[in-house]
Design a protein around this ligand. Structure first.
Ligand code: FMN
Length: 175
């Protein structure tokens, strides 16, 4: 039997898909730096390197719509307070410092950073999928911050040994 999900059951089912946590940054038309926590980040293609984020209308949405550029900062496990800050619970010590590289606004402690130019924007309900070609990226070692069942979590689960994962030939993977 299938039925149209209510908001609570959709949220609960969606929350079982574990994700990392990113902060999407941009600059408004007035030059002000903006950013929002987003776990809708996903890679789209390798050639050319392409990603997407799904953003609800708000300050960051406005800035990305206007400038057609955004950066994705993948948070480290220790940076839950930064994730909360950019989701609307401000840090007592104020906005975290952002570096600027090639016009992209970057959190220096992020474990990965992607500078993206919007190549397509798809409006869906009250969100927009901003599909971005990656113009610049960087990464550094560190445990990721994760989000699962509506809770922030530290790190990733136990690794499955290659012998237990033989059914999936790594050579065939695109990512
Ligand atoms: C873990 C987490 C993930 C989130 N992911 C998204 C997302 O992918 N897209 C979105 O529109 N909002 C997402 N949000 C909510 C935004 O971070 C929040 O509404 C933010 O204040 C919007 O900022 P803005 O006013 O600059 O648009 C998420 C919040 C949390 C805590």
């Amino acid at each position: 039997m299938s039925h149209h999900p209510d908001a609570a059951s959709f949220r609960a089912a969606a929350s079982r898909f574990s994700t990392g946590v990113t902060v999407v940054t941009s600059r408004g038309a007035d030059g002000a730096a903006v950013g929002m926590t987003a776990n809708s980040f996903t890679t789209v293609s390798m050639q050319p390197p392409t990603v997407l984020v799904s953003l609800k209308r708000g300050r960051t949405w406005q800035a990305v719509s206007e400038t057609r550029r955004y950066a994705v900062n993948v948070l480290a496990a220790d940076d839950v307070a930064i994730g909360r800050h950019f989701a609307g619970t401000p840090l007592a010590q104020g906005t975290p410092a952002l570096d600027e590289h090639d016009g992209f606004l970057l959190l220096p402690q992020a474990i990965a950073q992607f500078g993206c130019a919007v190549v397509n924007a798809v409006e869906i309900a009250d969100h927009t999928l901003f599909i971005g070609e990656v113009r610049w990226c960087r990464h550094q070692d560190g445990l990721p911050l994760a989000f699962y069942a509506s809770r922030f979590r530290k790190g990733v689960g136990a690794e499955i040994s290659p012998s237990d994962a033989l059914a999936y030939p790594a050579e065939g993977w695109t990512i």
